[in-house]
Design a protein around this ligand. Structure first.
Ligand SMILES: Cc1ncc(COP(=O)(O)O)c(C=O)c1O
Length: 410
């Protein structure tokens, strides 16, 4: 068959750059939010799939689970109602939950009901790359608020909102990842009602994040969700099973008051998210979720410590990072002369994949010498070897670190 047809003149303007063919995973993979394959609950999911499919499998012959409707498998939404109450203080009904294809689809749907080109949103200065890409594609202006060890700085938020108001700009919403932020892994402490800044008339505060997504992380106590604390109900809550069970399942969810849910639903035009995943998850999670999360926490804590140790040993004071209470990442600051966008390719050539800071921030100067490292997926040995390889490359390209294990480099 001829391959000569030229699609290029037909493509619409403004598409993202062409994708590269997948050529396999790097040896030391510190990117993405992959989980630990050795800890994946294969047997538990096989047993759950067997039971659930025998009981419910016939419904796969229908769109939208037959009588369960377009918002997703009822059993999974019932599990979420219980979980959201006990873990996040959220009181909601199954009608206020929509199961989505990962929280990325949830972001698209919520963006879809609120955002038009030229709109402004207020977000954390360092922010999840998938969110930043979406705003760029939509032509939306993100206003980045600096973070400290307690997440989004409320004083800076207050100033930014005042400034926007002075300029007559009304932000559509505040997007925050308050409980185990990505990439900084900070946790926003919940303050008493009244101490938070007024967001200004019409501004929406959207708690677009995943408590289940984060629930597994290292911290034991997580504060109540902003959704649970909101007095006027102007919050949307997004969650996911990607980090607590596995990202390949592609199961996330939106919690929103029905008035908003009824506007989101018509935008979900994919005839429903994958049903087998939902049925199996509901069956597996009801009895096993707590245990699974406890085990995950243990594994993550130990890998976080391994990565901190490796960074300290290989980079010494050249690598700065906070002592995180949760999450699966370290947000690492290297000396100012390091440009992590330029470190990326040589590191990859040495088998080490990193996330360069500028791809995870609204501020290219602040993030230039920062990088995000995920420690959940690589083994302890891979963490040690990968960080050593990264230090070699960084020294070759930028002259830092100058010492390793307190020995001066040649
Ligand atoms: C804040 C945030 N939102 C969305 C996602 C995408 O997750 P999902 O696999 O649920 O689509 C991630 C993944 O790490 C994330 O950290």
């Amino acid at each position: 068959m001829s391959n000569s047809f030229d699609f290029a003149p037909l493509l619409r303007a403004g598409l993202p750059p062409a994708a590269q063919k997948f050529t396999g995973s790097p040896k030391f993979n510190f990117v993405g939010g992959h989980g630990d394959q050795d800890q994946f609950p294969v047997d538990g999911l096989i047993a759950a799939a067997n039971t659930a499919l025998r009981r419910e499998g016939r419904t796969l012959a229908t769109y939208g689970f037959g009588i369960d409707g377009p918002q997703g498998y009822r059993g999974l939404r019932e599990f979420l109602v219980r979980k959201l109450k006990s873990d996040a203080g959220i009181g909601c009904t199954i009608d206020e939950i929509l199961i989505t294809s990962g929280s990325l689809q949830a972001l698209d749907l919520v963006n879809g009901v609120f955002l038009a080109p030229g709109d402004t949103v207020v977000i954390e200065r360092d922010c999840y790359q998938g969110t930043l890409n979406r705003y760029a594609r939509l032509g939306v202006n993100p206003v980045g608020i600096p973070l400290d060890g307690d997440g989004m700085r409320i004083d800076a938020l207050s100033n930014a909102l005042d400034d926007l108001k002075r300029r007559g700009v009304r932000p559509k919403f505040i997007y925050t990842i308050p409980t185990v932020h990505n990439p900084t892994c900070t946790i926003l402490p919940r303050r008493p009602a009244g101490s938070a800044p007024k967001t200004g008339a019409g501004a929406r505060r959207s708690d677009l994040r995943g408590r289940l997504l984060l629930r597994h992380h290292l911290g034991r106590q997580t504060p109540p969700a902003l959704y649970a604390m909101s007095q006027r109900g102007g919050v949307v809550h997004i969650g996911s099973f990607s980090k607590s069970i596995g990202p390949a399942l592609r199961v996330g969810y939106i919690v929103a008051p029905w008035e908003l849910m009824s506007r989101i639903l018509p935008l979900k035009q994919d005839a429903g998210s994958g049903a087998i995943e939902q049925i199996v998850l509901a069956e597996y999670c009801s009895p096993h979720f707590e245990q699974r999360v406890a085990k995950l926490r243990q594994g993550l804590r130990s890998k976080r410590d391994a990565m901190k140790e490796a960074l300290n040993e290989q980079f010494g004071t050249a690598a700065e990072f906070d002592d995180t209470k949760g999450g699966m990442f370290l947000w690492v600051k290297l000396p100012d002369n390091v440009d992590t966008l330029k470190l990326y390719q040589p590191a990859l050539a040495a088998g080490v994949a990193i996330n360069p800071g500028p791809e995870w921030s609204t501020d290219p100067v602040h993030s230039k010498s920062r990088m995000r490292l995920c420690f959940a997926s690589p083994s302890h040995d891979e963490i040690r070897q990968g960080i050593a390889a990264l230090a070699e490359v960084c020294h070759r390209e930028f002259g830092v670190p100058t010492r390793i294990s307190n020995v001066r480099r040649a």
